[in-house]
Design a protein around this ligand. Structure first.
Ligand SMILES: [Zn+2]
Length: 385
């Protein structure tokens, strides 16, 4: 088994290189839009058949062989995704307005939509930290890129296949795919339980809390800005809105990455697995006053769970998901469950055995214990099979 992950590096092109990259993306997407129109007219959307139909035409638009194939493949892929979405009912029922809108015209690609490059069109010089890339203006060599030491190590050892050329917020990036062999899962000596919340984004059974204060402040600031801009409703306001939502999402993702990394490092250091609540039910479980509820809904616990899962897989730390019911009301010492165990938001005080602890830490411990049970049960079943 291999874990796939994406390393993003920022390119540092000079003026000439920037112009060449821009012209290349524009041409690739013009080609993809041409392929898309042809696919729509003829009903030919399969990768091979669409390639046969439009390859010569697309090449004539100024693309060399590999980029032409990638543009066609991108188009075929988009139609396959659309088909799957229609089938899954993601555009509503047959005959609905949204569905008709999706079916009635060719798929359009933005002028600057991302374009994949394979090793024939893109080569990496890791020591010099440069790339050489095919463009419509010829091969451009020696474009510098920025990345951390650990990213550089990952790229050097595990980069495989294609990278996407992405233009975002006025900057150029490469999103490189890396495939890392997944180590064998160790047999954990217990579990690090993680309770997820709003005041504290994550609290471990060891008592470590990752406060959400800063993140929540940032989110509120963005929300106020958004409301002001929405009222304005002008074109430039809309553009700024899009920019802000991207920035906020990246800030939240960055926070999640850092928390996930700390959790996985701690579990690995102590030879434990990680137990998380099954995230699907979190919205049903937590009832809050309105302003907080908004925060919770826009906050992506699922993303944190995803980051923990793949970072853990990379180092062989097992992750289990446990039933989240009553984790906040159950005593982690005597397992007595009662709403009365929670005199206030941050306090746990067992009405049966008198055990007292910070409420989130107690929940973390209960989750850790449930993790141990889930692991034992699934492994007993594995032995029997
Ligand atoms: Zn108790």
């Amino acid at each position: 088994m291999r874990v796939k992950l994406v390393v993003q590096v920022k390119l540092l092109p000079d003026e000439t290189a920037r112009a060449a990259l821009r012209e290349t993306l524009h041409t690739c997407n013009r080609a993809a839009n041409h392929a898309s129109r042809r696919a729509f007219e003829t009903g030919v959307t399969g990768k091979q058949s669409l390639q046969r139909l439009v390859y010569a035409e697309v090449k004539a638009m100024g693309l060399s062989a590999q980029p032409a194939l990638h543009a066609i493949r991108k188009t075929a892929g988009a139609y396959a995704t659309l088909k799957a979405n229609l089938k899954a009912g993601n555009y509503g029922r047959e005959g609905s307005k949204r569905r008709k809108a999706a079916e009635s015209k060719p798929i359009r690609f933005r002028k600057e939509a991302a374009q994949p490059f394979d090793d024939r069109c893109l080569s990496w010089q890791m020591d010099a930290r440069t790339v050489s890339i095919w463009t419509v203006c010829g091969r451009v060599r020696g474009i510098g890129f920025q990345c951390s030491l650990s990213q550089l190590k990952m790229l050097t050892e595990h980069r495989r296949g294609e990278s996407d050329l992405v233009f975002r917020g006025g900057n150029w990036y490469l999103y490189a795919t890396c495939e890392v062999p997944e180590p064998e899962l160790g047999d954990p000596v217990g579990f690090l339980g993680v309770d997820l919340g709003i005041v504290n984004i994550a609290t471990t059974s060891d008592g470590h809390r990752y406060a959400g204060k800063h993140l929540n402040q940032v989110r509120h600031r963005y929300r106020r800005l958004r409301q002001r801009l929405q009222k304005k409703g002008t074109k430039s306001a809309k553009r700024l809105l899009r920019k802000l939502s991207g920035r906020e999402a990246r800030f939240a993702a960055d926070t999640n990455h850092r928390i996930a990394k700390r959790l996985v490092t701690e579990a690995q250091r102590t030879c434990r697995g990680i137990a998380l609540e099954d995230l699907g039910g979190i919205r049903d479980r937590v009832r809050l006053r309105k302003p907080q509820r908004v925060t919770l809904h826009s906050w992506s616990f699922a993303q944190l769970g995803g980051f923990v899962s793949y970072k853990a897989a990379l180092v062989g730390v097992p992750v289990v998901f446990v039933d989240p019911r009553h984790t906040s009301q159950e005593c982690s010492r005597c397992h007595h469950i009662s709403r009365g165990n929670r005199p206030d938001q941050s306090t746990f005080l067992c009405t049966s055995c008198g055990f007292a602890e910070h409420a989130d830490v107690n929940a973390g411990r209960t989750i850790a214990q449930r993790g141990g049970v889930v692991w034992a049960v699934s492994h007993a079943a594995g032995d029997a099979a």
